[in-house]
Each structure stands twice: as structure tokens, then as C-alpha cells.
Design a protein around this ligand. Structure first.
Ligand code: BTN
Length: 251
């Protein structure tokens, strides 16, 4: 892969000490200024009401990276769901030189082993007929001062637990933005098909047994990867199932 280009993501970069959620803050900014340009990035030291996927809360230990980037893609709305997978590739590749064991769990979590290191929440709206996407990224850097809560749905980890370096959220954001911009540009030019093999290269569960829960229905099979629409491909008793939603667990 050629080196990532210098770019406009993170220009301007707005840093706040405290907010409810960087995604919500960026949506409010866009409401006030509908012409806000692509690439504007907000970063918060603390979030009081961080939001996760599927309506969940996102609790970030102090020192973590909470940021949101505005995208104004020239794409059909049906393609927007793959942007969170594009972001997962960017995060996984940013971490790779330091932490090659960080892998992608479908569709876009970043895990080390089975512990979650980073979550991604992409939200979209149509504004004057054009899509606007707020891409929110939460990366755990330090552990909570009181340790990880016992009642977490899944184990969590942070960079300080996995590495000896203790770089700051701002440093990680500066490393991440060029990768995001590089993969976003590829996606913009050629669609998710141009990102698919990089996603597969970072996939945690290729060839592994997975269980997928959709509503109250579960499906078990061997993970093969993702297709060009970002759907998970699961081989279930010889049949290839396309999974477009659901919660994935390793069996
Ligand atoms: C998930 O794994 O459920 C997604 C978590 C996304 C968290 C980030 S932190 C920055 C941005 N602001 C939010 O409120 N959520 C995202």
C-alpha cells in the first residue's frame, strides 16, 4: 500500500474538554451550518453520553480517544453502511505497526484477542438530497482508574494494557486521520470493492466458527469474510449465508 496522503481530514480539528457525544456535537454543528465542509473533526477529552451501536452507551475511560469526522460522500445512500467497515480498516492499519494483533470483528469493532479496543459508530442523514455521515471513533487508551467494570457485555482492553508506549489520544488521532482519508478516497473512487481485501486482511475470524444472533434467531457457521456490500459471509452446513445485521460471537 502506498503511504497515506496528507489531507484535509482533521482540518479544522476542534478539541473540546467535555461534551455529551462528539457525534451529537458534530450533528449540532451541521444543523447550525449545513454547508460545513467534509473533513472537519471534533475530539473530546470526556463524553458524558457517548453513544454506541444498536442504541448502546459508550463509556470511555479517561484519556481515551473520542472523535467524530464529517463525511459528505458522493455516493448512493445504499452504500453508506460500508463506511464503518472502511473506518475499521483505517484503525486496524494505523495500529498495525504497534499492535499487529489488533483485528477486525465484523462489521467494525477492533479487538485484541476477544477484548474490545475500539468501537465505531457511523451515522448518516440526507441533507438537501446529499448524504452527510458522522463517523465516530472511540479508542480505549488507558484503563479506567477503578478497573474495567465487572458487568461489561464483553471484555475490553486499551492500548496501555497492550503496549508499553503511552501515547496520547491526540497523537493517535494524527496517525489515524491519513489512513482514514486514504481508505475513504479509495471507497469514494471505487466503492467498497476496493477496500474489501484490506478488510479481509484485518479480519479476526476468517475460517473460524462464529455464532450470529439476529433478534432471537441464531445462526452458526464458519466465517469466510465480507462481500462487496459489507455483508458477512458465513458458511452454514454447506450453504453460504449473507449476514447484514446481528451480533457476532466466536463459538
Ligand atoms: C460501538 O462499538 O458500539 C461504537 C462506539 C462508538 C464510540 C464513539 S466515541 C466518539 C463517537 N461519539 C459517540 O458518542 N460515539 C462515538
Amino acid at each position: 500500500m502506498p503511504g497515506p496522503p496528507e489531507g484535509l481530514f482533521g482540518q479544522p480539528l476542534i478539541r473540546v474538554a467535555d461534551t455529551d457525544s462528539t457525534n451529537s456535537l458534530l450533528w449540532r454543528m451541521l444543523q447550525q451550518q449545513p454547508s460545513l465542509a467534509e473533513g472537519i473533526t471534533v475530539m473530546a477529552e470526556r463524553q458524558q453520553a457517548g453513544r454506541g451501536r444498536l442504541g448502546r452507551q459508550w463509556l470511555m475511560p479517561e484519556g481515551g480517544l473520542a472523535c467524530s469526522i464529517l463525511l459528505r460522500p458522493d455516493a448512493h445512500r445504499s452504500q453508506l453502511a460500508t463506511l464503518s467497515l472502511v473506518a475499521a480498516v483505517a484503525v486496524q492499519q494505523t495500529l498495525w505497526p504497534w499492535l499487529p494483533t489488533a483485528r477486525i470483528k465484523w462489521p467494525n469493532d477492533i479487538l485484541v484477542g476477544e477484548a474490545k479496543l475500539c468501537g465505531i459508530l457511523a451515522e448518516s442523514q440526507m441533507i438537501e438530497g446529499q448524504p452527510a455521515v458522522v463517523l465516530g471513533i472511540g479508542l480505549n487508551i488507558r484503563p479506567p482508574t477503578t478497573g474495567w467494570p465487572d458487568d461489561l457485555r464483553r471484555p475490553a482492553t486499551c492500548l496501555q494494557q497492550e503496549l508499553t508506549t503511552a501515547d496520547t489520544a491526540a497523537q493517535w488521532l494524527q496517525r489515524l486521520l491519513p489512513y482514514l482519508q486514504y481508505w475513504y478516497q479509495r471507497w469514494q473512487q471505487h466503492g467498497f470493492a476496493a477496500v474489501q481485501s484490506a478488510w479481509m486482511g484485518g479480519f479476526a475470524h476468517r475460517g473460524k466458527p462464529l455464532m450470529v444472533t439476529q433478534n432471537h434467531h441464531t445462526l452458526q457457521g464458519i466465517a469466510e469474510g465480507v462481500d462487496t456490500t459489507g455483508a458477512l459471509l458465513l458458511r452454514c452446513q454447506g450453504r453460504l449465508e449473507r449476514i447484514t445485521s446481528g451480533e457476532v460471537e466466536q463459538k
